[in-house]
Design a protein around this ligand. Structure first.
Ligand code: PGA
Length: 253
């Protein structure tokens, strides 16, 4: 039986200092508390804010995510942060392969694969981001692009290791642009992703993986997206920065 708890998450990108993040996280945890028995809510502050936000949310079920990690467990890798360090800062989740990392920081499907493995070995919930660019969509390559991102991203990982996996479908042309995919476009792709997971693994696994939509999710379009059969949640950028606006998204019902 398919039983996928809704997952609404905020990616704060490179916004908010530690104190600003703590203040916003504290507000969010209060104003979304009424729905946390039914919905998973996650916020992903920047690295330097993770530990203080985790302290602030110690008694709250709101989940904390990092926005990236490095796959090695330790070593001479100046400027990098391991899965273990993220987990010990109080995070439960980590965003991997966000399109901004693919675009500006040379993230590849191969590095995404190593990062997912590292996240799993530190018991972090990996949120694997995939999505096509505008030109790929225009050239009708959406499905083949996603196919490659998923197969390479999950290479060598059996379904037993991927029990916590979350996939975020984020069409690059919809991120930060105000252009949301229509709920029909998003549902079509989410259904495709689920069928792909069924082909690679099996129907039980495909039916259990939560697939989030990301790209200009706002209070006025979230409900329509969340009504669709294969859309299990949202990864929200810009609209997650203001606690009141994010709370409206969390209260989409
Ligand atoms: P956006 O970003 O909501 O600002 O479009 C989404 C994301 O990058 O996760």
């Amino acid at each position: 039986m398919e039983n996928r708890r809704p997952f609404i998450s905020g990616n704060w990108k490179m916004f908010k200092t530690g104190p600003e993040a703590v203040e916003a996280a504290g507000k969010i945890s209060m104003i979304v508390a009424d729905v946390l028995s039914d919905i998973d809510v996650m916020i992903a502050p920047t690295f330097t804010a993770l530990a203080p936000v985790a302290d602030k949310l110690e008694d709250s079920p709101v989940l904390i995510g990092a926005q990236n990690l490095f796959w090695e467990s330790e070593g001479a890798y100046t400027g990098e942060i391991s899965a273990e360090m993220i987990a010990s800062a109080g995070c439960e989740c980590v965003i991997i392969g966000h399109s901004e990392r693919r675009q500006y920081f040379n993230e590849t499907d191969e590095s995404v694969n190593k990062k997912i493995k590292a996240a799993i070995s530190s018991k972090l919930i990996p949120i694997m981001c995939i999505g096509e660019t505008e030109s790929e969509r225009e050239e009708e390559k959406t499905f083949s692009v996603l196919d490659k991102q998923i197969k390479k991203g999950l290479e060598g990982l059996p379904s037993e290791e991927l029990k916590s996996l979350i996939i975020a479908y984020e069409p690059v042309w919809a991120i930060g642009t105000g252009k949301t995919a229509t709920s029909d476009q998003a549902q079509e792709v989410h259904k495709y992703i689920r069928s792909l997971l069924e082909n690679i693994y099996d129907a039980d696994f495909a039916g259990s993986v939560r697939i989030l939509y990301g790209g200009s999710v706002k209070p006025n379009n979230v409900a329509e997206l969340m009504e669709r059969k294969d859309i299990d949640g949202a990864l929200v950028g810009g609209a997650s920065l203001d606690p009141e606006t994010f709370s409206k998204i969390v209260h989409y019902k």
